[in-house]
Design a protein around this ligand. Structure first.
Ligand SMILES: Nc1ncnc2c1ncn2[C@@H]1O[C@H](COP(=O)(O)OP(=O)(O)OP(=O)(O)O)[C@@H](O)[C@H]1O
Ligand SMILES: [Mg+2]
Length: 112
């Protein structure tokens, strides 16, 4: 499994567009792709038509318990071979929690 992180502190620089285009092109070339939306604003999640209110099951759940059910959090999309773990607004609390909760930053790697 190859993991790519598309991240940048600056807003509006194309993170969501790059993630979506890369994922779609990879899936259409026959690669199995899992998109994990970690942005509390959930633009990528909304791009797939997943309603964000009430919050869907998603990436924040990965950080909420020791046994993240990644398999059940990943949902199918309209694109064959492309699945999505939706973002939740509670992701905005992670940076603060990370200061007092050792190991929190390792949860995603473990879940993958
Ligand atoms: N390669 C590109 N060429 C031209 N416009 C682009 C390109 N990539 C993205 N854009 C446009 O730039 C704007 C910002 O893109 P996008 O939403 O992907 O950025 P972002 O980094 O995810 O933003 P945010 O910080 O708000 O999450 C959008 O209007 C998008 O259509
Ligand atoms: Mg974005």
């Amino acid at each position: 499994m190859l993991v790519w992180a598309i991240a940048n502190q600056k807003g509006g620089v194309g993170k969501t567009t790059t993630s979506l285009c890369l994922a779609r092109n990879l899936a259409e070339s026959g690669v199995r792709v899992l998109l994990v939306d970690l942005d509390p604003h959930a633009s990528l999640t909304r791009a797939f038509g997943v309603p964000t209110a009430p919050p869907p099951a998603g990436t924040h759940d990965i950080f909420s318990g020791p046994d993240a059910p990644m398999g059940s959090l990943a949902r199918s999309t309209a694109i064959d071979g492309l699945r999505l773990v939706a973002a939740q607004p509670a992701l905005a609390t992670l940076e603060r929690r990370g200061a007092t909760q050792p190991g929190l930053g390792l949860a995603l790697g473990r879940a993958l």
